[in-house]
Design a protein around this ligand. Structure first.
Ligand code: Z5A
Length: 211
């Protein structure tokens, strides 16, 4: 099973992925956690370029192709082999991030981005995508609190410097895209406590496993 998590910054993806891993393991399943950008060896280099504050002169098209390159490498060298080894693969962000950030956020055509994603994912679409949805200001505040607590440096802060309006377009884009892909993308309210949010996710996963 291939599961991806999506959402704006600070929705709690990392927190919930840890809980879902434990849930699958309690069922005796082996789980492989990964992320985008940066899930492969080459992707680690691309991540530095994509997220560093010094990359603020990157063009939207360059950014797009770097995310697609990261994904193509991630699929071929990491995700497909781990799925073929029988593991549950959970990725923190995947193809929908490109549609929502580079498409709805930056203004590139979401349909074209979906076609480019088709090339990058090479037939390997997630079985289930959980979209964690939260008010933009609440999400950004959570991310800022986490950064201060963990002493996160500015090295990965390029998206945090975007205006609130950018993050709002991304959030609305995610909800639109989820409505267009109802079979795969399930929306979970991320505003409750971590345990409350996970209870919703568990329901969505159980429904998928039963179906
Ligand atoms: N991007 C793109 O543009 N195009 C693409 O194709 C792809 C990505 C793949 C990657 O950032 C950036 O790349 C991303 C989109 C872009 N930028 N943005 N924005 P990243 O990987 O560095 O970061 P992120 O994916 O945005 O995640 P995040 O900020 O690390 O947040 P999170 O994983 O969703 O949340 P968290 O770390 O689990 O929680 C954040 C804090 O909130 C933390 O202190 C938690 O303890 C706390 N938290 C978590 N849950 C709760 C609840 N329920 N209540 C209260 N507090 C909570």
């Amino acid at each position: 099973m291939f599961v991806t998590f999506e959402g704006i910054e600070g929705t709690g993806k990392t927190t919930q992925i840890t809980k879902l891993k434990e849930y699958f393991e309690s069922m005796g399943r082996e789980v492989f956690l990964t992320l985008e950008p940066g899930g492969s060896r080459i992707g680690t280099e691309l991540r530095k370029m994509l997220l560093h504050v010094d990359s603020k002169d990157i063009t939207s098209i360059t950014e797009l192709f770097l995310y697609l390159a990261d994904r193509a490498q991630h699929i071929a060298q990491v995700i497909k082999p781990e799925l073929e080894a029988g593991k549950v693969v959970i990725s923190d962000r995947f193809a929908d991030s490109t549609v929502c950030y580079q498409g709805y956020g930056r203004g590139l055509d979401p349909k074209l981005l979906h076609q480019l994603n088709e090339v990058a994912v090479d037939g390997c679409w997630p079985d289930l995508t959980i979209l964690l949805d939260i008010d933009v200001e609440v999400g950004l505040k959570r991310a800022m609190t986490r950064n201060m607590r963990d002493g996160k440096t500015q090295e990965e802060g390029r998206f945090e410097q975007e205006h609130l309006s950018f993050h709002s377009r991304v959030r609305e884009g995610y909800l639109t895209w989820a409505a267009l892909n109802r079979d795969r993308i399930k929306v979970a309210d991320a505003s409750g406590t971590p345990d409350e949010v996970f209870a919703n996710i568990k329901r969505l996963v159980d429904t998928k496993l039963a179906g």
